[in-house]
Design a protein. Structure first.
Length: 120
């Protein structure tokens, strides 16, 4: 569909703003670490749900919620709707191209959830 843009990025916080400005709807897929989550569990969240997380982005950057608020204050064309699909991970501080087996098993369900979000 020419109205859908798919992009992979390791950007977070303020750097992510460049990737989402100008879109009406944005879906973000990321790893998450919660206090009581099961590795591989998938969450459908909005920016308002961030109280569940230890960190969503690098601790050296501002978080997504703060970046979104700043974008609005600056008058940027921010998305009207942001949906976040987050997969519970054991370790979100270490970066790797390879997923743990639990996270890898969650990928087909995460893809299904994203496709349902796009259709709905």
């Amino acid at each position: 569909d020419p109205q859908i843009t798919v992009a992979a990025t390791s950007e977070a916080g303020l750097s992510l703003l460049d990737s989402i400005v100008g879109y009406d709807k944005v879906i973000i897929i990321d790893a998450i670490q919660t206090k009581e989550g099961n590795i591989g569990q998938i969450y459908r969240m909005g920016p308002e749900d961030f109280s569940l997380t230890k960190h969503f982005s690098s601790p050296h950057q501002i978080n997504l919620v703060t970046a979104l608020e700043l974008g609005k204050m600056l008058g940027l064309a921010m998305p009207q709707k942001i949906t976040i699909f987050a997969v519970e991970a054991r370790d979100i501080a270490s970066f790797s191209e390879k997923c743990t087996p639990e996270v890898e098993r969650a990928i087909p369900e995460a893809v299904k959830m994203v496709l349902e979000e796009l259709v709905g």
